[in-house]
Design a protein around this ligand. Structure first.
Ligand SMILES: Cc1cc2nc3c(=O)[nH]c(=O)nc-3n(C[C@H](O)[C@H](O)[C@H](O)COP(=O)(O)OP(=O)(O)OC[C@H]3O[C@@H](n4cnc5c(N)ncnc54)[C@H](O)[C@@H]3O)c2cc1C
Length: 106
């Protein structure tokens, strides 16, 4: 895995994980949850509101991406991935034999 930043790195994101995202990482990392959203109320111009709850848990679990992504990086390393940080990809060329990644430092 190549990454131009170095983890833990900032990532612009709301940090709200829905159930699909939590299921994808279940058993792979311990998700660093800082807060939970149990219900959401939608309105139109402040009226005609309706509220949604998840029947079995939070609607959204809130994380900080720098922590969450760093846990994913650690899990990848534990699973055998080689992580090369501060490496920027400049181009990707594909031909019948495979894919060639060109890096910024040549
Ligand atoms: C304002 C905002 C709010 C969001 N809020 C939410 C939310 O609440 N919940 C939610 O589920 N999703 C949210 N998202 C979407 C979510 O952030 C993305 O779907 C998710 O991060 C995509 O994951 P990714 O791994 O594909 O890309 P990224 O998380 O963007 O990771 C890509 C990585 O590639 C690296 N990189 C980029 N270019 C290069 C290069 N040339 N060479 C090497 N490395 C490179 C970057 O440094 C980065 O670490 C939000 C997105 C934005 C913009």
């Amino acid at each position: 895995m190549v990454e131009r930043a170095a983890h833990p790195r900032y990532k612009t994101c709301g940090g709200g994980l829905i159930g699909t995202s939590l299921a994808a990482v279940a058993g792979r990392i311990e998700v660093p949850v800082h807060d939970r959203v149990d219900q959401v109320t939608f309105t139109r111009n402040g009226r005609r509101g309706f509220t949604r709850r998840h029947p079995a848990g939070p609607l959204v679990a809130m994380v900080r991406r720098e922590e969450f992504d760093d846990r994913l990086r650690q899990a990848a390393v534990s699973a055998g991935a080689e992580v090369r940080e501060r490496v920027a990809v400049r181009a990707i060329d594909q031909d019948p034999d495979g894919v060639r990644v060109r890096l910024a430092d040549g």
